[in-house]
Write a protein that binds this ligand. Structure first.
Ligand code: SF4
Ligand code: SF4
Ligand code: FES
Length: 320
């Protein structure tokens, strides 16, 4: 079957076409052919100037990540025919949230810089180095060890799209790999740094990183583990932790979110004043309850029973 590939081309050094444009290539596609194999065919038979990265061809090196039909994928791990049948076309672009260097090749420097920032190696102390790792301990960090550094998660991250300083999901998942390791000796220090601005609390929980990670690392789950560990370690003096506390308090009190009170508790009085116009617009659109009259939901006692049960369980756990 012949399929047309629409590929985003870009070569800043080409004086005749320095701006990005799309080029179409028709490829005879065989059953089982991957997107990477199709790109190699184009490069070998039609256009040797087409640039893209690849190495292992078996979904373990992470180099062939690109945007296929709008979503971040590993080209070597995606068959052309099912994708074409599902999406009705085949458009290939470089990874989003990354600067294209040439065609499908992106600059990975910011990705590696973020990774470096979280110290991606174990830092044991004399006391922790010989801690035995049980099967349960291993289970806790198992997912985060599967990362192949493909950057698909960062490419899909909504928080990174609006703030390039955000540490982003790949590095956060890597951070949990070490914070969650029982041999790690500087976990609290790491959590303190990750709780700073542009750190783990800037994630907006859109779940894209987990949805598009090709290796099942589930970065959002690792971020939640980091957040929970930070709060348990008493690292609470930051907007993220304050927001969680305000949210829990509001649900226990009313069974719903008291957005106005949460904003004040999260940001403090002065910073919250700037949010008043937004708050008024939200209220006018029925997006938040009146700031002074927050009605309790029916069955609030059942909600409070959940809180009591959770507190009792936490107490039990601490005794063990
Ligand atoms: S869940 Fe958080 S880290 Fe993951 S993609 Fe969304 S904003 Fe980014
Ligand atoms: S967490 Fe998943 S998507 Fe992100 S870099 Fe690692 S393997 Fe790729
Ligand atoms: S070529 Fe290695 S992951 Fe695709």
């Amino acid at each position: 079957m012949k399929i047309q590939f629409r590929i985003r081309r870009y070569n800043p050094n080409d004086r005749n076409a320095p701006e990005p444009y799309y080029q179409a290539y028709t490829v005879e596609v065989a059953l089982g052919m991957t997107v990477l194999e199709a790109l190699l065919k184009i490069s070998e038979e039609q256009d040797s100037t087409l640039s893209f990265r690849k190495s292992c061809r078996s979904a373990i090196c992470g180099s062939c990540a690109m945007t296929v039909n709008g979503f971040s994928r590993l080209a070597c791990n995606l068959q052309v025919l099912p994708e074409f049948q599902k999406m009705g076309g085949m458009t290939i672009e470089p990874l989003a949230n990354h600067r294209a260097v040439k065609d499908l090749v992106v600059d990975m420097t910011p990705f590696w810089n973020k990774m470096e920032k979280v110290n991606p190696f174990l830092m044991p102390t004399e006391k922790t180095a010989s801690n035995a790792v049980s099967a349960e301990d291993e289970e806790l960090i198992d997912q985060s060890q599967k990362c192949i550094m493909c950057a698909c998660c960062n490419a899909e991250c909504n928080a990174l799209e609006i703030d390039e300083r955000f540490v982003a999901p790949a590095a956060l998942a890597k951070a949990w790999r070490f914070v969650g390791d029982v041999r790690e000796g500087h976990g609290v220090k790491r959590l303190e740094r990750l709780s700073e601005e542009h750190g783990m609390w800037d994630c907006v929980r859109c779940v894209h990183c987990t949805q598009y990670c090709p290796k099942g690392v589930a970065p959002l789950k690792q971020i939640e583990r980091l957040r929970s560990a930070a709060m348990k370690a008493g690292i609470l003096d930051n907007p993220g932790a304050k927001h969680v506390e305000a949210m829990a308090e509001s649900v226990e009190k009313f069974g719903r979110l008291d957005e106005a009170a949460m904003t004040f508790k999260t940001l403090g009085f002065l910073k919250s004043l700037g949010k008043i116009p937004l708050g008024i617009r939200m209220e006018l659109h029925g997006k938040m309850p009146h700031p002074y009259i927050v009605p309790q939901i029916e069955g609030i006692e059942e909600v409070r029973e959940i809180y009591r049960e959770a507190a009792a369980r936490e107490k039990e756990k601490k005794k063990e």
